[in-house]
Write a protein that binds this ligand. Structure first.
Ligand SMILES: NC(=O)C1=CN([C@@H]2O[C@H](COP(=O)(O)OP(=O)(O)OC[C@H]3O[C@@H](n4cnc5c(N)ncnc54)[C@H](OP(=O)(O)O)[C@@H]3O)[C@@H](O)[C@H]2O)C=CC1
Ligand SMILES: O=C([O-])CC(=O)C(=O)O
Length: 443
């Protein structure tokens, strides 16, 4: 065993303290990783302080860690992330927040390929928030998942403390505080909508059960995989121990798309558009609410006087944006979806600016808009930044909006009937019409 002496910050390192004993595969490994691990950007360095660590020069992959004479193994962890760091000492320094566990399903897919690097960079939870990523894949994707983990290793993110990969949601979801559920089967040619609801519903029923059993009791769940509203409903119904309020279906991409279209028409930069609600389903029946949205603090209808465009052109462009993108790209939106996931989470962990709100698909339990109870429906929300939200209760709904919101509501009720066997609400009866439940990408 060679002993390495390295300079390190005087304050406790986020990764090591002097009692940490790590088994690494080679000296080269040590120099590559340790330098990054010991010099996180947020710490001031005191050049004279030293840290000692023992290095095995002939060990294999770093899968076992010796701590207080006990060998700890982590079954599903990956590479450098299998090392165990003394996080307890670090938590006492107050410099770093307590580690949070984040699960991502469909982690080898296109959206995740953008999202994971944003999560690991600190862009989502902040520059002082260490994270562990728990990546859920399947037999299909396990090799690719290793590739993802390798790229995460090579990115040397100071905040990324662990990466676990696995195919069993009961293991992957253990103690997670956030679950971002992206993995879902894409709709194939000729596939009936009812079949898609059923196949993906099975995935979300299983994951709901696993979250119920293994996750932190206050886990926040963001469902992205389509049809995301109904998948979120299935998931929450299978997780009775987790508050239904903790489940979200991603409609933030629709909100972002709507803001962009309004900004374009008004000739303003898109940060001038606020109070944008998406009502209803993440589908072509969604209702982007131009009645209550604002541009530079003014009602949209005062700024954009072409009301016919608002009712028809604007609304349809948002509803069908995903389909247009597929026509251009040959695949559905991935980067902008990942950005919108970041926005959705940040909206829950930072206070909503005064007077503004954001959209999220949430459980309609006691909503003030007369939407049928027991659906996951996109509505205006505000947050104090504690991970929770409250509904905005005084948004005006005129006849135009009411009619369209009712259509999206009817669609979600029809979807719900199709998955009754997965929500514990009896026998499924599927009467979806040919144009119902079009995903935004299915035009
Ligand atoms: N809500 C929103 O705003 C948006 C939602 N979406 C939805 O997000 C989901 C993921 O999109 P994206 O990352 O681009 O898709 P990809 O096809 O790149 O990845 C999807 C992942 O889903 C997993 N999956 C789970 N079950 C199945 C199955 N039965 N058959 C095939 N794959 C399966 C696969 O991973 P594995 O093998 O590891 O399980 C795959 O890697 C889709 O449902 C898409 O419609 C997309 C854009 C916007
Ligand atoms: O339909 C899809 O898979 C893509 C999608 O949800 C969107 O672009 O909004």
């Amino acid at each position: 065993m060679a002993m390495a002496e390295l300079s390190t910050p005087q304050t406790t390192s986020p990764f090591l303290n002097s009692s940490s004993r790590l088994r690494l595969s080679s000296k080269l490994h040590l120099s590559n990783h340790f330098r990054q691990l010991l010099l996180p950007p947020l710490h001031t360095t005191t050049p004279n302080s030293k840290i000692s660590c023992s290095v095995s020069q002939n060990s294999q992959a770093p899968v076992a860690v010796q701590e207080n004479g006990l060998v700890k193994t982590k079954k599903e962890c990956y590479g450098v992330f299998c090392l165990t760091y003394d996080l307890k000492a670090e938590e006492e320094t107050r410099t770093w927040k307590k580690l949070i566990n984040i699960a991502v399903s469909g982690a080898a897919g296109m959206i995740s390929n953008h999202l994971l690097f944003k999560l690991a960079s600190g862009e989502v939870f902040g520059p002082d928030q260490p994270i562990a990523l728990k990546l859920l894949g399947s037999e299909r994707s396990i090799q690719a998942l290793e590739g993802v983990a390798m790229e995460l290793e090579d990115s040397l993110f100071p905040l990324l403390r662990e990466v676990d990969i696995g195919t069993d949601p009961n293991e992957v979801f253990q103690d997670v505080e956030w679950a971002i559920l992206i993995g879902a089967k894409p709709r194939g040619p000729g596939m009936e909508r009812a079949d898609l609801l059923d196949i993906n519903g099975q995935i979300f029923a299983e994951q709901g059960k696993a979250l119920n059993k293994a996750a932190s009791p206050n886990v926040k769940v963001l469902v992205v995989g389509n049809p995301c509203n109904t998948n979120a409903l299935i998931c929450l119904k299978n997780a009775p121990n987790i508050p239904a309020k903790n489940f979200h279906a991603l409609t933030r991409l629709d909100e972002n798309r709507a803001k962009c279209q309004l900004a374009l028409k008004a000739g303003v930069f898109y940060d001038k558009v606020s109070n944008m609600t998406i009502w209803g389903n993440h589908s072509t029946t969604q209702v982007p609410d131009f009645l209550n949205a604002r541009i530079n603090g003014l009602p949209v209808k005062e700024v954009i006087t072409d009301h016919k465009w608002l009712e028809e052109g604007f609304t349809e462009s948002v509803q069908k944006r995903g389909g247009l993108l597929i026509q251009k790209w040959g695949r559905s939106s991935a980067a902008s979806t990942a950005v919108s996931i970041v926005d959705a989470i940040k909206s829950l962990v930072t206070p909503t600016p005064e007077g503004d709100w954001f959209s999220s698909g949430v459980y309609t339990d006691g909503n003030p808009y007369g939407i049928e109870e027991g659906l996951v429906f996109s509505m205006p929300c505000r947050s104090k930044g504690d991970g929770d939200y409250e509904l905005v209760k005084d948004v005006e709904i005129d006849d135009y909006l009411r009619k369209r919101i009712a259509k999206s509501e009817a669609e979600l009720l029809a979807e719900k009937r199709c998955v009754a066997h997965l929500t514990g609400e009896g026998i499924a009866y599927c009467d979806l019409g040919p144009v119902d439940t079009m995903l935004p990408g299915e035009v």
